[in-house]
Design a protein around this ligand. Structure first.
Ligand SMILES: [Mn+2]
Length: 380
């Protein structure tokens, strides 16, 4: 009864340039730590093998040290690791896998399936049909040959591939590296282990994307898992369990501040973030000085707690109250300009005013907000 872990898209060596260098280093390190966790999980659960469906490395150019560290991270599981190259680490002549071999750092229990092949693991009770990528992109279905290959009837038949299952994943119409959605059935596979889609996703009872075990982008599609797959025997539908292993959860928020309770809501959302969170928050709308100070303080507090929090306030307009402006106590030329703008800014009208005057007053109000905003920001 074969039992294995299915994982993919480790993207080791990925860099996170949008974050501050110290945060980026932590995020890169987390990917290796998660692989170590997968190795420990495989050992604890005594699975027969770990199947890695491509994109072990994020790039062909990762450093030799990163290559060595990845293979060291596998140490806790002495069983077999079956890996195929994906689009990021395609089996090129001068690619990362060639280098790994030259470095001599690939442990003996790693079976790198670099060419399309059927490999029999008789002692474990299954065969693996592998469809590695030998270039970054193809437009033919590399799993098509699975249909025509026979294997011993007593062995479970498992496919391993990296690409895009046609027609089911959002935004992937005409994607490269297509895989037929019914491949498991046409190729009589008991299970088809897929990589490329970074969320955990069941295509059908025998076809799954494991997703990446460590989230690496702002997409809410259930990343951060590995799959344990248990197959009672040939033709028996597999029992699949998603096991969370990731460290970080990524959030991308957009918040508009219009009324004071919007800041309360933002406070509640920020309070929900903890050490395992990575967030980007874009805030727009209009605030007075106190609200602006409060938002900055809330962001500062949250930044002290989370792994990374990037706030974009460039679209948040400071609209000072009369009291804010009075508190500036601006004197000299700046004081004169402020006073002139305040006089020119709109008031309550009791009678009809010509449209040109209304427009002029609106411009004056805007200028007043900008000038007061600059002065207040300088005071903070
Ligand atoms: Mn990938």
């Amino acid at each position: 009864m074969p039992r294995f872990l299915h994982t993919a898209d480790w993207q080791i060596g990925r860099t996170y340039q949008r974050f501050a260098p110290d945060d980026a280093a932590f995020l890169a390190e987390a990917r290796l730590a998660t692989v170590e966790r997968i190795a420990r999980l495989a050992a604890q659960r005594r699975v027969d093998a770990v199947l890695v469906a491509g994109d072990v490395f994020d790039a062909q150019t990762v450093s030799d040290r990163t290559v060595r560290r990845l293979f060291n991270a596998l140490a806790a599981f002495g069983g077999r690791w079956l890996m195929i190259p994906g689009n990021h680490d395609a089996a090129l002549a001068a690619g990362v896998w060639t280098r790994a071999r030259q470095l001599g750092c690939m442990p003996g229990n790693v079976h790198l399936l670099e060419r399309p092949c059927l490999t029999s693991f008789e002692d474990l009770g299954f065969v693996v049909l592998a469809a590695p990528l030998t270039q970054r992109q193809t437009h033919s279905d590399l799993t098509a040959w699975f249909d025509d290959v026979t294997s011993p009837a007593e062995l479970v038949r498992v496919g391993l591939a990296h690409g895009s299952v046609g027609g089911i994943l959002p935004g992937t119409v005409d994607s490269p590296n297509p895989i037929a959605p019914d491949r498991a059935s046409t190729a009589r596979l008991d299970y088809l282990a897929l990589g490329d889609w970074h969320g955990t996703r069941r295509v059908d009872g025998r076809t799954w994307y494991s997703g990446t075990p460590e989230q690496d982008r702002f997409k809410d599609n259930d990343p951060g898992n590995v799959l344990q797959v248990e197959i009672a025997g040939p033709s028996v539908e597999p029992v699949v369990e998603a096991i969370p292993v990731g460290t970080f959860r990524w959030h991308e928020w957009e918040r508009r501040i219009g009324i004071p309770t919007d800041v309360d809501e933002l406070e509640r959302d920020l309070a929900s973030l903890a050490a395992g969170d990575v967030a980007v928050v874009r805030i727009d709308g209009k605030v007075d000085l106190n609200q602006q100070l409060r938002i900055r303080r809330l962001l500062g507090i949250a930044q002290g707690r989370v792994r990374a929090l990037e706030a974009d306030l460039s679209q948040l307009r400071l609209s000072p109250t009369e009291a804010d402006i009075a508190a500036l106590a601006a004197d000299g030329y700046v004081g004169e300009v402020l006073a002139a703008l305040r006089n020119a800014a709109p008031r309550q009208y009791e009678q009809q005013v010509p449209p040109a005057a209304v427009e002029e007053e609106a411009v004056a109000a805007q200028a007043l907000n900008i000038l007061a905003g600059l002065l207040l920001e300088r005071q903070q």
